[in-house]
Design a protein around this ligand. Structure first.
Ligand SMILES: [Zn+2]
Length: 339
């Protein structure tokens, strides 16, 4: 056994075992344990971390659980509903049902449901993130005496850590047509906007490379890069596909002519800002994987934040083939969750 499930939880889970094949049930137990035992990111990779299986299990095993669903969400949901009604409700009292309406309020270019996501009903062998069905989450409200204590209630309502999204350098000069374009750098806009609109973040920060005209990183000053992101220029503006209504704070970096200024934390007030807002955890997306994303992620870890790098929301330069892969390895090595 790779992970320990408390007996009381295990007893409950065993009642659901017949909804799954044996290996799938193992994955389900692990993910569920990860979900309840950690306070960080409520993502598949967060669940693996919670179950202490990050790096032990192949990451894709958890994703396949959702994407290739060899189990029926309907059957599982009904089984759980029956259990709750049998064990936790009083036959004399009417049921209270709660509906999670965030799906109906989602924002996106195709309205609600207009996102790529894991499709639990796909039953396809392709590891599928696809346009798929969406689930309206319906809950049965029950009273659990222990949670009525005010101390517990705070935890239930505000249980998650405060989280920030950091959008690194999603600027004109780093996208195709700009002075220092990252290949396909503009392709991440949909993902970035989706993250920013997800409601999962207490703070959304966008960093901008914002250099003086004689910045030391420019070839004209003996540096390695063509002139880019000169403060105030068109190239330095945030890319027009970014929905700036979702951005709370813009942080300019790279203003000191003598430093590379790759990291959003270098010479800026970013750390102070995150601390002031009580942020514990940051999710990072943007450009470019092998420079500013990497350095920002590593500095965030050094400053003591939990860090998740959103793999779909980043693109890299790969000046030397393999740079991006190595950068992801370095971030993971430093303690970032890549998901
Ligand atoms: Zn720069």
């Amino acid at each position: 056994m790779l992970f320990h499930v408390p007996g009381s939880l295990d007893g409950l889970l065993s009642l659901l075992a017949t909804c799954f094949t044996q290996p799938t049930f193992q994955t389900f137990r692990a993910l569920l344990l990860g979900q309840v035992s950690q306070t960080g990111s409520r993502t598949v990779c967060g669940m693996l971390v919670g179950a202490r299986l990050s790096g032990v299990w192949e990451h894709s095993r958890a994703h396949r659980f959702f994407s290739q669903a060899r189990w029926s969400p309907d059957e599982l949901g009904l089984r759980i509903a029956v259990l709750i009604i049998e064990r936790r409700t009083d036959p004399e009292t009417p049921l209270t049902v709660a509906i999670d309406d965030t799906l109906l309020q989602r924002w996106g270019r195709r309205g609600w449901g207009g996102f790529y996501h894991h499709d639990a009903t796909a039953n396809s062998d392709r590891s599928a993130v696809a346009w798929g069905n969406n689930w309206l989450v319906v809950g049965i409200v029950v009273r659990i005496a222990i949670l009525d204590r005010s101390q517990s209630r705070v935890k239930v309502i505000r249980g998650d850590m405060a989280r920030a999204l950091i959008i690194v350098d999603f600027q004109n000069d780093f996208t195709p047509g700009g002075a220092l374009p990252v290949p396909d750098g503009d392709q991440i806009s949909e993902r970035i906007n989706e993250l920013a609109a997800s409601g999962e973040f207490d703070l959304v920060v966008a960093t901008r490379d914002w250099h003086p005209p004689e910045h030391g990183s420019f070839a004209t000053s003996g540096g390695r890069w063509p002139q880019h992101c000169v403060a105030g220029s068109d190239g330095a503006q945030l890319h027009s596909s970014l929905d700036q209504r979702r951005v709370d704070v813009v942080i300019d970096k790279g203003q000191d002519p003598d430093t590379e200024g790759y990291s959003g934390f270098e010479g800026t007030g970013l750390e102070r800002l995150l601390r002031d807002r009580g942020i514990d955890e940051v999710a990072i997306c943007g450009l470019a994987t092998d420079y500013c994303v990497k350095n920002t992620a590593i500095d965030a870890l050094r400053a003591g934040f939990r860090v998740c790098v959103d793999e779909r929301g980043i693109r890299g330069v790969d000046v030397h083939p393999g740079d991006c892969k190595r950068a992801i390895g370095e971030m993971r090595e430093a303690g970032a969750v890549i998901g």
